[in-house]
Design a protein around this ligand. Sequence first.
Ligand SMILES: *Cc1c(COP(=O)(O)O)cnc(C)c1O
Length: 378
Amino acid sequence: MTANTAPDAPDLLDLAPLGAGHFARIEDKIASLMRTRETVVTMQGEALLPLEAAIRSAVRPGSTALNIITGPYGETFGGWLRSCGAEVITISAPFSGAVGAEQVAEALRAHPEIDFVSLVHAEAATGNTNPVAAIGEVVRAHGALLMLDAVASVGAEPLLTDEWGVDLCVIGGQKAMAGPAGVSVVSVSARAWERIAANEQAPRRSYLSLLDWKERWIDGGRAALPHAPAQLEMLALEQAVDRIEEDGLEAVMARHRAAAAAMRAGVRALGGLSPYVVRDEDAAPVATTLRAPDGRDARDVVAAALAADASVPVQAAAGPLAKEMIRVNHYGLDADREVVLASLAALGEGLRALGVPVADAAAALTAAGKAWDAVIPG
Ligand SMILES: *Cc1c(COP(=O)(O)O)cnc(C)c1O
């Protein structure tokens, strides 16, 4: 160890190389977590890599894509779809809600030529979640491919990739899995591979290429890795899945559900703020977004809350929503009763410091605690 390394730092160097067999076992664990029997590709980068790879592999000039926008990631997908030469039909839902399967069915009826649908499951940035089971059914009936960004839902709420007919499902480890951000996985259905193989524009000999992984890794029986893997990230991803397995996926999802229920109940009892996502069933278990009090800037509320308790996972929304939306993250290790109550307490103190009238903080904490306990009885 060098003199610059903290004495309690984990040993990250000089590990035995991560072999193909171990890499394949990690993939199998993730596939099982994603409830898929289709092939998975573990891309050696953050989740935006497989999201872009999936779109560029499956979409080409002449494609018509239905892009469902319920938060900031959907907007990013629209740009990629257009740059692949696709005609893009857009459905936008207000970030305070979710898209409905009937809206999707209507768009598919109006544009029978749609052959690709992109959807985000849960949006950590805007706090909403979409009914993928119902949407998957109408997309499958229509015959289009369905790509799902499940980065913010995996581990936080049910994700049934095959049962829901998701052809390209992307996950990352950095949210509810409490794992690393540097590697991510996309499942690819047999239907999707057919489409990708027929796409002359699909990336090849490229970091964005799913076909490279298929030819060099999957078709060879996963016997030899195409290049040196991101070993530390892969090992961390394995530990994250193993820990979910040990704790039980149901229990991990229940913690996330309880966190959202507690935060929403607590804020309603507190006053001043209100849940940004109106209906409970549209609220993502991964994070709760809040509407700033009338005439107040959300960034001031966040600063006041952090002044009260700098440790809580409270932040202002990014981009154009920064003025009106406060985001309380409760994923991974923060899907925790104490963390949620501390976040609520800090928000209450912050509002009081700003002179915003709020109800008794103790009553709000009691309401939040009760909502948590209704999901996970103490
Ligand atoms: C977090 C997240 C990602 C990954 O983005 P990062 O900002 O790098 O964490 C992708 N999609 C969704 C829906 C997410 O919530």
